[in-house]
Design a protein around this ligand. Structure first.
Ligand SMILES: [Zn+2]
Length: 476
């Protein structure tokens, strides 16, 4: 995700009339219900009366007035709003508005930065959802629909983004988590969204990318950790990460470092919540979904070609400012990743000569065949042990992490442990692959002869595990 400079589009005259009328009528209808008693239900007669008074039938028919029951007696909450059908979708999905929003984000999804204009795949989506889904705090699983308090944001252009279907519908949906209260209890300006807003925030303060595995990681959390435990200034943090990527070894997984864990547990609840914006955004939008990680990995090879050109210019003293060089690149998609990748290669190149597309990982030096697998593959491969399998011996699930992180670790019953591979020890163990039709055996040596795309397909489509003398892991 990268910063988008917002500018509004002037509504066409008839659109302006519709938007103004809809906003006014919605405000008035909700105000009318402000004094309605708890548990009141809107009857057909009530609705007909409102229509007779001149309110639009679409709004009246979809006006919702409900009393949400709570466990505390007398504390039930009254809420009012509109069903999605109340909104005039032709206004926020008109071709000229969509074209305008697409231009603001260079034809890319405002969340994942995939280039959409080539296939005309982009759509307009609400940042604050006009159809809100709230996660049940008690179970953490089921989502209950309430009428959205954000009906007033339906036609606000600052609330509209050019997005892809996967980010907006398959992942984000109607969810909009906050660090504190939601309006109408407080005003929209006072809300503290846990979703990064590319119009309002600088997304790079919250989300950055590992140039080896192509995965997104929460930069806000990592910065706070480095600044508080290693006494660095905020300006130094990015430079440090670019110069020594090993500091965040497989960047997305720095949260597994023991030093991180003890620091994180020392934080109070409020601080944890404040520092969760990057992480929540990555999970909510599915920014490490396999298809996206694959697209980023493929873009990395193009960035590397560009970097080789930069090195050439640098040597001949033509142009040596890396920031100016990055800005001048004709890159549409994954700009944020391109900054992290090019800066990493640039900052590392002072210390070592780069001859290929990978920087050397400060791990796995024990593996004689360390160059057999691409760095992104080594950085992404993990053993996974679900809570229910902690006592299991002789077997570990083998995961290409980006394919699995959406599935594990977010809910209590799916809690699991990810362990890095010890290549030296584990390379001889038997690997089993279960496809839809059968199970077959393989080995790291055999996998090493696969082409990158085949490896990706293997890990994103099949269940893979390793058998060998593994000990049980005791639950912490
Ligand atoms: Zn997207």
């Amino acid at each position: 995700m990268i910063k988008i400079n917002f500018s509004p589009l002037t509504w066409l005259p008839d659109e302006k009339v519709k938007v103004t009328a809809a906003n006014r009528q919605m405000r008035e209808l909700v105000a009318r219900l402000a004094d309605a008693p708890k548990y009141h239900t809107l009857t057909a007669q009530d609705r007909q009366q409102l229509i007779d008074e001149g309110y639009a039938a679409d709004l009246v028919d979809n006006l919702v007035f409900i009393t949400l029951r709570t466990d505390e007696p007398g504390k039930d909450v009254v809420t009012s709003g509109f069903n999605y059908a109340a909104f005039d979708t032709s206004l926020f999905s008109s071709v000229h508005l969509r074209t305008h929003l697409a231009q603001l984000s260079r034809g890319c999804c405002a969340y994942c930065e995939s280039y959409l204009s080539a296939t005309d795949a982009g759509k307009v989506g609400h940042f604050r959802p006009v159809e809100l889904l709230e996660t049940d705090q008690a179970t953490g699983q089921s989502t209950v629909t309430t009428c959205s308090p954000y009906y007033s944001q339906a036609y606000e252009q600052r609330n509209l983004l050019f997005v892809c279907e996967a980010c907006h519908e398959q992942h984000k949906g109607g969810r909009f988590p906050l660090a504190g209260q939601r309006q109408p209890g407080i005003s929209i300006e006072q809300e503290q969204p846990l979703l990064v807003n590319p119009y309002e925030d600088d997304p790079r303060l919250y989300i950055r990318f590992d140039p080896v595995s192509g995965r997104a990681y929460p930069f806000d959390l990592l910065s706070a950790f480095l600044m508080e435990t290693r006494l660095q200034q905020s300006d130094d943090v990015a430079k440090e990460i670019w110069s020594h990527p090993g500091i965040v070894r497989h960047a997305p997984d720095f949260t597994q470092l023991p030093e991180f864990t003890s620091w994180y547990h020392s934080l109070d609840k409020d601080r944890v919540k404040q520092l969760s914006k990057g992480q929540v955004s990555i999970q909510l939008l599915g920014l490490n979904r396999p298809e996206l990680v694959i697209a980023r990995l493929s873009a990395l090879s193009q960035f590397h070609l560009a970097f080789k050109h930069f090195r050439h210019c640098e040597r001949s003293d033509e142009k040596s400012d890396i920031n100016a060089f990055i800005n001048s690149l004709p890159i549409l998609q994954f700009r944020s990743l391109s900054i992290d990748a090019l800066q990493t290669w640039h900052n590392q190149s002072d210390e070592q000569d780069l001859n290929d597309a990978e920087y050397s990982l400060p791990v796995d030096s024990s593996m004689p065949e360390r160059n057999v697998f691409p760095a992104w593959f080594r950085a992404s491969l993990r053993y996974c042990i679900e809570e229910s399998q902690l006592m299991e011996t002789r077997k570990r699930n083998l995961v290409f992490l980006s394919a699995k992180d959406k599935l594990y670790g977010q809910k209590p019953k799916e809690k699991c442990v990810f362990l890095p591979l010890n290549w030296q020890r584990d390379k001889h163990k038997l690997i089993k692959v279960r496809s839809e039709r059968n199970i077959w055996e393989t080995s790291f040596t055999e996998l090493a002869s696969s082409r990158p795309l085949e490896l990706l397909n293997l890990f994103t489509q099949n269940d893979i595990w390793v058998e060998g003398p593994f000990d049980a892991l005791h639950s912490a």
